[in-house]
Structure formats: C-alpha cells, structure tokens
Ligand binder design. Structure first.
Ligand code: AGP
Length: 615
C-alpha cells in the first residue's frame, strides 16, 4: 500500500518527508515523489523517482527547501511503476499537488469530464483526477472564487472509492488539507509543526501526540495547529493519543534487518503483552480494555475470529485455547471470506478481529458487517488508535511496539499472548478452576525465558538454513495447537524466501499430500511431547518410509525423534496450550536465514506490503 507523509512547520519540510518515506518504504514501493512549496516563491517544486526512496533523495536539488510539503511512496494500483505515475500529482497549472492512498473507482468518468474541459493529463493514475478536480473547483465554482478548503470538500464529494489524500496549493501557502475515507491518515502534533502520514511509524520519535482521522473527516492543517471537520463542515473534537514508541524502537538497533530484530524482541514484546494483566495469585487475567463489556462477555455463547495472514494463524491457535479453556464454541474465518458470507450472528456472538496494523481492509469490513448484525465486536490490535481498534466495541492492545518488517513475527506471538489471556479471562468467568488458571498464569510468566533459550540456538538454526538453502519445496506439518504453526511456518518461508511451501495438519497427509513426498521434499514437522505426540511420530515414519526428509521441532530430551528425524531443533517443554508460542520461533529463524542465504530483500519482500488497506 502507498505511503503518505506531509509536513508543515518550522523546519525544512524535505528532512522529515525523506525520513518519513524511508520509514514507510517497508509498506511496499515502486516509486516515490515529493512536492514542497518553495520559500518566498509561492511556487511548488516537484521531484519524482522510480525505485527506492534513496533515488529520490539523490535527485532532490539543494534549493529544494520550504516549510510546507508532501511526499509519497507508491505501490502501483493504476498505471505501471514510472516517474510520471509517481505521486505527487499536480494540476495543469502546477499550483496544486496531491498524494493519495486508495482507489478512485470513478476516475475514468471524471477524467473524461475534465479532459472535455481542457485539462491535460500526464499520468495513467486514478489519483491525478483529484488535482485537476481541485483546479476546476477553484476556478469555476459559480464564477466566484471559493476557498481551497471548500474546493477540496467539493472535490472529495465527487469521488467514489477510497482515499487517504493530502493536498497543498501554491495559492494557499498557509495550509495543508488532508482527508480520509477507508485509507488511514494520522496527524502528529508537534510544537509549531504538524505532521501527517498514512502510518504512525513515519513520525515515531518526532511527535508524542497523534490524532487519527476517521472516515469522511478532513483536517485543515496550519503551521501551528489543526482543525478537523466532517465533509458537512461540522467541527470534530478529536482525542489525542500518546505515541509510546520512540525512535530507537523504530530503528534497526544494530540488526541487519528489522525482521531479525523483531524475532529477537519477542521475549520482551511477549512480556510487554502480559504486563499488568496477569493476576497469578488469583489465577486469572485483568484486561482493562474489556471492562466496559465485561457483563456482556459473560453471556456470549459463540466467538468468531476474523483476520488475515499471520493474524489468521494466531486466530487458529486462539480457537483451540478458547474452546479448551474458556469452553466457548469458537470458529476462525479469513476476513476476506467472512465479509461475503451470510454470517448468522446475534447479540450473544462475539466477533473478534485480530490485526497487527489495525488497518487491514478485509478485517475492517468484516467487523463493520458484524456490527451491522448486532454482534459484539472485539479487537486484538497492535497499533494504538488504529481504525479497527477504534471501531470495535472493546479490545486489547498487543503492546508489541512497531513491527516494521513485512513478515510478521513478534506481533504473532504477542497476539497469542493476548489470546491466552483472553482464554484465561473468559474461562475464569465460566468453568475454569482456580488451580488451572493459576497454572496457566504461572507458565505464561515463564514463556519469555523459554524464548530466550530458543533464540540462543539461532546459530544452529542458521546452519540448518545453510544446509537446506537450495531446498525447492517444503511441507510444514503440525497437529492441534501446532497445526496453525505449520501454516505460519510455511507462510514465513514463502513470503521472505519465495520458496514454495505448504502447511497441513499432519493427519491430513494420508488424504493426498503424501503423494508429493520423495527425497526432493523437506517436511518440517512440529512433533512435541504433547497429547498428539504419538500421532506425529507415525507421521514422521510415514514420510521417512517414502524417502522424504524430516526437519523436526521437538521437545528437549526427546531421543526417539532425534534418532528418526533427518535434522532436529529442540525447544523447552511447556503447557500444550502455550507450545505454539515457542515452536514458531525456530520456524521464523529458519525462514529468515534461508532468505538471507538466497539473497532476498528481507524487510521489503517483492509484491508484499505491510498493511493491506485495499481489498
Ligand atoms: C504476515 O507475515 C503478513 N505480513 C500478512 O499476512 C499479515 O499478517 C496480514 O496482511 C494481516 O495484517 P494485519 O495483522 O495487520 O491485519
């Protein structure tokens, strides 16, 4: 998805804009551009480039200065990656510049109408129509001059589709306008300066106070303040959120890639997810974000989890936890499917969205559908104040800190932490005993130290990755709590090492997939000392009998599997309910090191974006 940054304040805009673009580059990119209102010239300077942001930086001329500017990294939706299709887009007169994230569905009709009125288009994008519409509105509306703000609102009202859009005009040097419809935009409120971005990570370290725009809101941004209004010109009082993250948290901290840093952050991020929420002596969890719906939660008799990608996989683990320990029938739906079903919901159904970014379009749409049908909507989200966090009735933040790498790692284990807390919370509202509750609480507290032990073996996993770096096909297998890890492990090696990999329940092999097994296939199987150990053991033997290779993730001290498997990675023993939290770490590291061996772009894998804010 595209990245948007804007700045208006006391410092040269280009510095923040470049820094912000670099922080957003992980969201996916193919080109970038910047527009700044030149000091004392009331003229817009626009520069664009294809490829990485550093190419734009190299093109910027020294005199590219000014205190008001916008910039953009593009992830092409309409028109191929090229300089002319890069944002910002300007009007015919070069007086208006806009950057946009989203899709304008009626851009063809608008473009035809504008062309008939003499506008000349330079790009193939949908976005460019916004710049020309603005120019049109400011020039002809009833013959009288209307303000930049009024022209902006009139323009927005003609757009069908989605937008996060920011506009500046050389004829209005005292303001920057922003608007949101389904594509997120956040304002950063500094001293004598205002930032705007599509993702809060662009401004981490620059501001502490942030304001999230809601759909159909516009922001009129001046050097020293802002006003938020609805499209019907009604002023909106907005809550200012405190941005806990600092710059260091958003930087790589000496690691070669954000992904490796975030894998190694998991003991800390896991502990942060639990902080203040575990009442060990009472064997229960305290989840402040659910306080307002505590009574309603006592009466729910069904949970539907809606999420995508890695968050879908954590939801699958949550399904086992919630059914086994909270005793509530639970199902997990891919959000992109849920929204097109005819889900039978009622007020005793809780629909739980799991989302790291809190902006995934499919998950947001699923939550909106659930609300329409009267279900209680809950969120497990990482980004504070994000749309899903604000639109659900209640929820629990992961507190994992910024997850910059496209491949989700610490967010996954933090989501599992919250799901375990939720199972404890709901279970203790129901049949879960104090003894079992305390046992779960105590073991949760030990997870960070178990994680450290596994991370200390990273070198051994790196060796295995080197050994299998050229492996062309993987089968990931697991049962019960570790079946979702089979899917997640396969997703990791697919998305960052581009290696074909499938995840299956081990028990499913004999129903077809085992036909694939031969010496060319590596089966990665999670076979821990748990309630399904024997079943996994026979799965390993079935594979070996057909000449397949087996890389097993096993429980420390398991000599039986050590003798059978081609290679083995040991992890500490813990409650079966919490075993996914540990078993996923070797699979994250394995995928990472294979990708490094294969020379892949780890933090910005091809074709992928960090937050999928379009359908
Ligand atoms: C996982 O590594 C991917 N980045 C992707 O599958 C991601 O989990 C999915 O797009 C959901 O994102 P969300 O958690 O921000 O909603």
């Amino acid at each position: 998805m595209c990245g948007i940054v804007g700045y208006f304040g006391k410092r040269p805009a280009r510095d923040f804009l470049l820094e912000g673009l670099k922080r957003l580059e992980y969201r996916g990119y193919d080109s970038a551009g910047m527009a700044v209102l030149q000091n004392h010239k009331s003229k817009l300077a626009v520069t664009k480039s294809v490829g990485k942001v550093v190419n734009l930086e190299n093109k910027l001329k020294q005199n590219f200065n000014g205190f008001l500017g916008i910039a953009h990294t593009r992830w092409a939706t309409h028109g191929k990656p090229s300089e002319k299709n890069a944002h910002p887009h300007t009007d015919c007169g070069g007086n208006v510049a806009v950057v946009h994230n989203g899709i304008i569905e009626n851009y063809r009709e608008l473009k035809e109408m504008l062309k008939k009125r003499g506008h000349k288009f330079r790009s193939e994008t949908d976005t460019e129509v916004i710049a020309h519409l603005l120019e049109e509105e400011m020039s002809v509306s009833g013959g009288k001059n209307i303000s930049f703000e009024e022209a902006f609102v009139k323009t927005l009202k003609q757009l069908n589709g989605t937008y996060g859009v920011v506009a500046i005009s050389s004829k209005n040097p005292d303001m920057m306008l922003a608007a949101r419809l389904s594509s997120p935009l956040v304002l950063g409120i500094g001293l004598g300066e205002i930032f705007v971005a599509s993702d809060v990570s662009a401004m981490v370290g620059d501001v502490k106070r942030v304001v999230y725009l809601d759909d159909k809101e516009i922001a009129i941004i001046k050097k020293d303040g802002y006003v938020v209004k609805t499209l019907s010109n009604r002023k909106q009082e907005k809550e200012e959120h405190t941005l806990e993250w600092d710059k260091a948290a958003a930087e790589r901290g000496g690691y070669p890639h954000f992904m490796l840093k975030e894998i190694f952050e998991q003991p800390k991020s896991f502990a942060d997810a639990l902080r203040g929420r575990l009442l060990i002596k009472e064997g229960r969890a305290r989840l402040g974000g659910l306080q307002a719906v505590e009574k309603r939660l006592r009466n729910i008799n069904r949970i539907i989890i809606v999420s995508c990608g890695t968050s879908y996989h954590s939801g699958l683990v949550g399904e086992y936890m919630l059914e086994e320990y909270a005793g509530i029938p639970t199902e997990v739906e891919m959000a992109s499917e849920f929204r097109y079903r005819k889900p039978l919901l009622d007020k005793k159904t809780a629909v739980l969205a799991i989302s790291q970014s809190g902006e995934t379009a499919d998950t947001l749409a699923a939550i909106r559908e659930a609300k329409e049908k009267g279900a209680l909507t809950l969120g497990i989200v990482n980004v504070v104040g994000s749309t899903i966090a604000r639109e659900t009735d209640a929820g629990v933040y992961c507190h994992a800190g910024p997850e910059i790498a496209v491949a989700s790692t610490k967010a996954f284990t933090s989501q599992l932490a919250i799901l375990a807390l939720l199972a404890l919370y709901l279970g203790r509202q129901r049949e879960l005993s104090f003894v079992m509750g305390e046992r779960i609480a105590r073991e949760l507290n030990r997870i960070p130290e178990y994680m450290e032990k596994i991370l200390a073996r990273a070198k051994d996993i790196k060796k295995l990755a080197k050994k299998y770096a050229k492996q062309k096909h993987y089968m990931y297998l697991g049962r019960k709590y570790n079946f979702p890890n089979a899917l997640e492990g396969a997703l990791k090696i697919k998305e960052i090492a581009y290696v074909p990999a499938q995840g299956y329940p081990t028990g499913e092999m004999k129903h077809g997939p085992i036909a694939l097994i031969d010496q060319s296939v590596m089966s990665v199987i999670i076979a821990l000392k748990d309630s399904v150990y024997e079943k996994n053991l026979s799965g390993i033997e079935e594979i070996l009998a057909r000449g397949g290779k087996v890389l097993a993730v096993a429980t420390e001290g398991d000599s039986v599997i050590a003798k059978k498997a081609t290679d083995i990675i040991f992890i500490p023993k813990t409650l079966e309910m919490l075993s996914s939290l540990l078993a996923i770490i070797p699979l994250q590291l394995f995928a990472y090191f294979v990708a490094v061996e294969r020379g892949c772009d780890i933090d910005k894998p091809k074709n992928l974006a960090k937050s999928v804010t379009v359908e």
